[in-house]
Design a protein around this ligand. Structure first.
Ligand code: NAD
Ligand code: IPM
Ligand code: MN
Length: 349
């Protein structure tokens, strides 16, 4: 039988709790088709930082590279200065492993309450650039703490980086029934980066004539995500706009507890990494209150990426059924582990 070599980074806060449930579902669904999961767990995050001052040792990064995929929970802890773990662990992984496609689907499952659309109507995916933009850490501060302080965060957009993510987004749009791509940016103000994105979309469009293209400034995109989310099919956008839009997208399609993501290296030069969109949620951590569904759906994205499409569909179906039972009032008030147990059982039923 096949063995999936998986690097697991539970991280901080509810990352620990939801990752345990995602692994339950993964081992169950692959086990049912005679496959093994060989996990290597890495204790990275606040504990390692307090113990050694390290966030992602080079030796660990090199080891992680040897896996088929990475499952991550969440990073960030109130006891660590903001940005240390986020940049030093999570962004370091995304950058080092060239996760230039940050895939964040939003779909409305049957029974999930929203006044904004019917199940089947809202089904879009945000292709968020993952290795550039304001996230590169290009900037600095002068005269810190004085009335004359100057802080800069420079957004880096390269023709190479924009083109590769735009091409990936077009290919995804071309493979979907509605074949529609929306570029979201702010080229009325961010003229340098904005025009590069716009020209790149125009140029790559020639290779995908069946895909229809439109454009929204990011401020207007937030309007339509709330008033008419069904209009979207594939959204392509930069790293920071994509971060913000996908929390909003989660909120309008059932909540942050359902939002999954894949940090994908489409060229497969390094393992891709799958994680819920949400963070470590210190406000509810350690209490078994977190919904593990986002982490479980991230496993579904991972299975899809690894070509295990049947298993991916079984996980998705288990979530669909569980959400319907919640809507019917048949279940509720369950611990994180109880939801994970139910999903694991349903995925192999
Ligand atoms: P957050 O996503 O952790 O929490 C926002 C709100 O959503 C909180 O009220 C939280 O309780 C709730 N929530 C999140 N996930 C939930 C779940 N599965 N079930 C139920 N409720 C859930 O965002 P934040 O509060 O802005 O950030 C907290 C920490 O996490 C920070 O250190 C931040 O940097 C980090 N963070 C990490 C990631 C990541 O690892 N990918 C993502 C976002 C934030
Ligand atoms: C996310 C998070 C991260 C991001 C942070 C924690 C670096 O908000 O995965 O959405 O901004 O990408
Ligand atoms: Mn975010």
């Amino acid at each position: 039988a096949d063995t999936l070599r998986l690097a697991v980074i539970p991280g901080d806060g509810i990352g620990q709790e939801v990752t345990a449930e995602a692994l339950k579902v993964l081992t169950a669904v692959l086990g049912a088709q005679g496959e093994q999961v060989a996990t290597t767990e890495y204790d990275l995050g606040a504990r390692l930082y307090h113990r050694t001052g390290e966030t992602l040792p080079d030796s660990v990064l090199e080891e992680v590279r040897g896996h088929d995929a990475i499952l991550l929970g969440a990073v960030g802890d109130p006891s660590v200065p903001s940005g240390v773990l986020e940049r030093g662990l999570l962004l370091k992984l995304r950058f080092a492993l060239d996760h230039y496609v940050n895939l964040r689907p939003s779909k409305l499952y049957p029974g999930v309450a929203t006044p904004l659309g019917q199940p089947g109507e809202i089904d879009f995916v945000v292709v968020r650039e993952g290795t550039e933009g304001p996230y590169v850490g290009n900037g600095g501060a002068l005269r810190v703490g004085t009335p004359h302080e100057i802080a800069t965060e420079v957004s880096v957009n390269t023709a190479f980086g924009v083109e590769r993510v735009v091409r990936d987004a077009f290919a995804r749009a071309a493979a979907r029934p509605r074949r529609k791509l929306t570029l979201v940016h702010k080229h009325n103000v961010l003229v340098h980066a904005g025009h590069l994105w716009r020209r790149t979309v125009e140029a790559v469009h020639a290779e995908f004539p069946d895909v229809s293209v439109d454009y929204l400034h990011v401020d207007a995109a937030t309007i339509f995500l709330v008033t008419d989310p069904a209009r979207f099919d594939v959204i392509v956008t930069d790293n920071l706009f994509g971060d913000i839009l996908t929390d909003l997208a989660a909120a309008v399609t059932g909540g942050i507890g359902l939002a999954a993501s894949g940090n994908v290296n489409p060229d497969r030069t390094a393992p891709s990494m799958f994680e819920p969109v949400h963070g470590s949620a210190p406000d509810i951590a350690g209490q078994q209150l977190a919904d593990p569904t986002a982490a479980v759906l991230s496993v579904s994205l991972m299975l899809e990426h690894l070509g295990r499409t049947g298993a991916a569909a079984r996980v998705d179906a288990a979530v669909t059924a569980d959400l319907a039972r919640r809507a019917a009032g048949e279940v509720g008030g369950r611990s994180t582990a109880a939801v994970g147990d139910a999903l694991a059982a349903a995925a192999v039923a």
